[in-house]
Design a protein around this ligand. Structure first.
Ligand SMILES: Nc1ncnc2c1ncn2[C@@H]1O[C@H](COP(=O)(O)OP(=O)(O)OP(=O)(O)O)[C@@H](O)[C@H]1O
Length: 359
């Protein structure tokens, strides 16, 4: 059953139309991440689900109920924003209780929920402190706790970790994942432009660009079978290598050709019927360019070597374009050295040069 259903939604800001009939179904208990560059419409979509802005057309359903015209507080959702927005003069306990008090929840029930949320987030020892006596990470935990006590079926997060330093962000990311697992059936919709957060947290990622959904898929699908050149280039660091070329029928069946480089595509799982002569872009992840002792892709010249600890990134140049190779941390190479690369054709992605769509 879908917990959140966005049906053919259009949003307009005065003269600017943001979505034109956007639809998305989110299942009960799913962790959905909305991922995309600044301005792609992630927050607008989240705010439309939350009821913080009106839709011009279409419907929003939450828990089997049409909530398109319901107030945010009546939608069965809880939100966590980038800025914690805690009340500075109230203790953590009071901050977490405030919304429930306003809703006239009985005192014993408030106490029970705050105790449980504090335990889940490991902030019980902080309950009597004020926000200015907390670190950034602790404040964001309190903000999550304040959402948690609402016992909502759907949690909406808008870049909740982007104000934190890298170490805290990693810690809290793991906490959020653990929280989702513990809560079981709670649906989470999480906005970020950080692909690591998206890959590690999501059951499914929704990749957006210019207010349109580009692809919806598991992190594995998004990473290994990107639907188009945009998704392929946006997800993955270092970025996927792109090599321009064309499809040709050779003695080995259909092949990719770029300059005098050739790759047999007999094992490539084409999603659409390929046409020989077609201009294409070959996409290959840096970790799928293997340094080999022999092979047909010889003579790639090493430009720069970046030792990263766990792995090494080697930048190579070639008449067909420059590529980045990800190899083991202990591998070294000298600038000017010549490398032979092996590519497994089942690990590559092919895109139409004309449309950018996956072939
Ligand atoms: N109040 C508004 N009035 C006019 N245009 C708006 C308004 N809010 C958002 N937009 C436009 O809608 C588009 C989507 O914005 P949105 O904030 O949803 O993007 P985003 O992906 O969340 O970006 P960011 O990561 O920078 O927050 C942008 O082109 C933005 O300029």
């Amino acid at each position: 059953m879908s917990t959140v259903s966005v049906r053919d939604v259009t949003v307009a800001f005065e003269s600017v139309q943001v979505f034109d009939g956007l639809s998305l179904d989110i299942d009960e208990g799913e962790f959905i991440v909305l991922l995309g560059p600044s301005g792609c419409g992630k927050s607008t979509l989240l705010n439309a689900i939350a009821g913080l802005l009106d839709v011009a057309d279409g419907q929003i359903w939450i828990n089997g109920k049409n909530v398109t015209w319901e107030e945010p507080k009546d939608r069965g959702i809880a939100m966590v924003f980038q800025s914690y927005a805690l009340y500075p003069r109230m203790s953590v306990r009071e901050n977490m209780s405030f919304g429930l008090k306003m809703a006239k929840t009985p005192r014993a029930e408030i106490e029970k929920r705050v105790t449980k949320a504090a335990e889940l987030l490991q902030i019980t020892p902080l309950l009597d402190r004020r926000p200015d006596q907390l670190s950034g990470g602790q404040r964001q935990r309190v903000a999550i706790g304040r959402a948690l006590v609402r016992d909502a079926a759907v949690f909406l997060f808008d870049e909740p970790l982007s104000n934190l330093d890298a170490k805290l962000r990693n810690e809290l990311r793991v906490e959020i994942k653990r929280l989702h697992a513990r809560l079981g059936k709670t649906t989470m919709v999480y906005v970020t432009h950080d692909q690591i957060e998206a890959m590690t947290l999501a059951d499914r990622i929704v990749v957006m660009r210019e207010q349109k959904i580009q692809q919806i898929g598991t992190p594995d699908e998004i990473y290994h079978r990107p639907a188009n050149l945009f998704v392929a280039g946006f997800v993955g660091s270092p970025q996927m290598n792109f090599i321009k070329g064309r499809l040709e029928n050779t003695g080995e069946g259909l092949s990719f050709l770029a300059g005098d480089r050739r790759l047999s595509l007999s094992a490539y799982p084409f999603a659409t019927a390929p046409s020989p002569g077609q201009e294409v872009v070959l996409g290959v992840r840096p970790e799928h360019l293997e340094i080999a002792s022999k092979g047909i892709w010889q003579g790639f010249k090493v430009d720069i070597v970046e030792p990263m600890g766990a792995d090494t990134i080697i930048w190579c140049s070639d008449p067909i374009g420059s590529v980045q190779v990800r190899t083991t941390g202990s591998r070294r190479a000298a600038p000017g050295e010549s490398l032979t690369l092996h590519i497994d054709p089942t690990q590559v992605s092919l895109f139409s040069a004309e449309t950018g769509e996956r072939l």
